[in-house]
Every structure is written in structure tokens, then in C-alpha cells.
Design a protein around this ligand. Structure first.
Ligand code: GDP
Length: 318
């Protein structure tokens, strides 16, 4: 991929999209095509088609979509499945018609069966029923993944690369405690508890489920690696994880220590636990020559600092 290659990043203000933009610029790629929500509605097939005809990107990173934590998934399943299916089908079709060289599609570890043997290898996809709390989202991502593979198969070119990052965190995450995923939601909840001298924070579920977390900068690093790689013989899709997981209780203790919250932590078992464990087997991409580089504790500290400097300071200005 030449440094002047045109690269369209769909969803460039989000957690993964913004990390991809940073990484591409740091690596010397400046011919980036970016379009905010006001400029391009990605669920609008005709508008996306026109956008691709006008801009003819050579490479595409599809990081746009409706995402959210466990309660958000349970509350808005129709929005999750509808928005993601619409974005995926308009962008993949337009990218195919525009004859892009390569496209990276983000799927999700929610797609794996709830009772999947751990760690979860790519071969275990569709071998069982996904966790019900995020089923609509999981089905939309399974559909996107299959669309990528179907285009590759039907047209005899392996241009669409689906990757499956595990729970991603970092700058520009959703820190809203209702809609965000556990790590960002807990940063905010512990920070606010510390500031208000609260004696306890009540978290959701039992604290026993286990999750694997990967920093968005590592995901972005993998994306740039894959955009530049000769992937002709690479089996798809590709799990993207660190190989390390924690219980939600351990995660909560780590976040409380990072934030400096010293009060009690209690568990509300009326709230859902979700899948018991989601640890990816990332052997496939490791064997291909890529591995993550960001230590979890360091990534967490950096994310907390970003939250204080960007979200908290913005709130105090308004
Ligand atoms: P999941 O990975 O799809 O289950 O989504 P989440 O990241 O939202 O939740 C992961 C786990 O953290 C679940 O077991 C939640 O019940 C638990 N959890 C505990 N407290 C919270 C919280 O305040 N917010 C969120 N999102 N999850 C929480």
C-alpha cells in the first residue's frame, strides 16, 4: 500500500475508527477520506453508492456501526440489527462496485456460541447459539462476516478481510454508564463515586464472567499491518485478542485502583451477566506475524487519563 493510497475510514470518530486514523497518519498515510454523520448517512444505500463513485477509495476500513454494552443491547435489539445490516450491506456493495483493493470489516466476539470451548478459535463460529443478551447484534455481525466471505468467494478475490476484535477500549470510547461497555462505564462510575465521596458502587451481575480486552491502538496496529500485508494465503476471518482475560470482579478492582476509588464494590445480581467467558484464540493472526503490544494496565491508565482530560474537563466547562 503506497503512502499516497486513498483510504476511506467509515466511523472515523468512534473508538476503533479514530485509532485507525491516528495510526495511519503516524505511519505516513495522509490521503484519508473521512465523512461525518452530517455528510454521509451510511444506512442510505444510494448516498453511499454516490459517495464511493465520487471519492473512489482504494482501501476501506469499515469501523462504523451501532455498538453498546449489555443493557443497551437488550433494550435496543431492533436498532442494533437494523442499523448494522444497513451499513454493512451499503458499504460492502459500494466497495465491491468501486473495485476497492482491500476492505477491513469489524465483526465481534459476541458472534461465538455462548457455551464455546475457550479460547474460541475462528473454526467454532456457527457451531452453537450466541449469548441471548446480544443476539440481534451478533446476527448482524455474522451476516456482515458472511457477506465479506461471500463476495470473496463469488468474485474470486480475497479483498474483504473480516476481523474479530475482542472488547476494545481506549480514547473516544462511550463512557456513558447506561450505554457503554463495562470498562468505560466503570471508569466513569468509579471516577464519579470518588469525586462525590460515595461509600459504595453497585455493579451489574455477579462479577464472575470473564472478558478479554484489547486496546484500540493495538486493533489499529493490526489493521495497518493487514492493509499492508500480502494476505493471499491467509485463512479468514481473524480473531484479534491479547490472550489474557480477567473476571469482571478483577477488572473492577483494577479500574478502582487506577481511578483511586477506595469505597466498597457491590453486585446487583438482578442485572444480566451475559456470556460466562469470551476469550479469543488469536493464533491465526499471530502465526501470520502480528501480535498486540500494549500492556493492559498501562492501556487502562492511559485511557483513564484521556477520560479525565477530555470528558471530565468538557463536562466541567459546560
Ligand atoms: P458483554 O461483554 O456483551 O457482556 O457487555 P458489557 O461489556 O456491557 O458487560 C460485560 C460484563 O460486565 C457483564 O457481565 C456485565 O453485567 C458486567 N458489568 C458490571 N457492571 C457493569 C456496568 O456498569 N456496565 C456494563 N456495561 N457492564 C457491567
Amino acid at each position: 500500500m503506497d503512502t499516497d493510497a486513498s483510504i476511506y475510514i467509515a466511523g472515523h470518530t468512534g473508538l476503533i475508527g479514530s485509532a485507525v486514523v491516528r495510526k495511519l497518519r503516524d505511519t505516513g498515510y495522509d490521503n484519508l477520506i473521512l465523512a461525518g454523520h452530517g455528510e454521509l448517512e451510511l444506512t442510505d444505500h444510494a448516498a453511499v453508492e454516490r459517495f464511493f463513485r465520487k471519492n473512489s477509495p482504494a482501501f476501506v476500513v469499515l469501523a462504523a456501526g451501532r455498538v453498546g454494552g449489555i443493557i443497551e443491547n437488550k433494550t435496543y435489539p431492533a436498532d442494533f440489527i437494523d442499523t448494522n445490516l444497513a451499513i454493512q450491506s451499503s458499504v460492502l456493495r459500494a466497495a465491491h462496485r468501486a473495485d476497492v483493493k482491500k476492505l477491513i470489516f469489524f465483526a465481534s466476539s459476541c458472534m461465538y456460541p455462548r457455551e464455546c470451548p475457550q479460547p474460541m478459535a475462528e473454526s467454532a463460529l456457527l457451531s452453537g447459539h450466541p449469548e441471548p443478551t446480544s443476539l440481534a447484534y451478533a446476527i448482524s455481525k455474522l451476516a456482515g462476516l458472511q457477506m465479506c466471505l461471500a463476495y470473496n468467494q463469488q468474485y474470486g478475490r480475497r479483498r474483504f478481510i473480516p476481523v474479530i476484535p475482542n472488547n476494545t477500549f481506549g480514547p473516544n470510547d462511550d463512557f456513558n454508564p447506561q450505554s457503554g461497555h463495562v470498562l468505560s462505564a466503570l471508569i466513569r462510575r468509579f471516577h464519579e463515586a470518588k469525586e462525590s465521596n460515595a461509600h459504595k458502587v453497585v455493579l451489574w451481575g455477579s462479577g464472575e464472567p470473564r472478558r478479554e480486552f484489547i486496546h484500540a491502538d493495538d486493533v489499529a496496529d493490526a489493521v495497518v499491518f493487514l492493509l499492508r500485508a500480502d494476505h493471499a494465503n491467509l485463512a479468514l476471518p481473524l480473531n484479534l485478542g491479547t490472550g489474557v482475560d480477567f473476571s469482571i470482579r478483577e477488572l473492577a478492582e483494577k479500574i478502582a485502583a487506577t481511578v483511586g476509588y477506595t469505597g466498597a464494590i457491590e453486585w446487583d445480581r438482578t442485572k444480566p451477566d451475559g456470556a460466562p467467558r469470551k476469550l479469543l484464540d488469536s493464533t491465526r493472526i499471530r502465526d501470520f506475524g502480528w501480535q498486540p503490544g500494549i500492556d493492559f494496565d498501562l492501556g487502562l491508565q492511559r485511557t483513564y487519563r484521556w477520560y479525565v482530560e477530555n470528558i471530565v474537563s468538557d463536562q466541567s466547562r459546560t
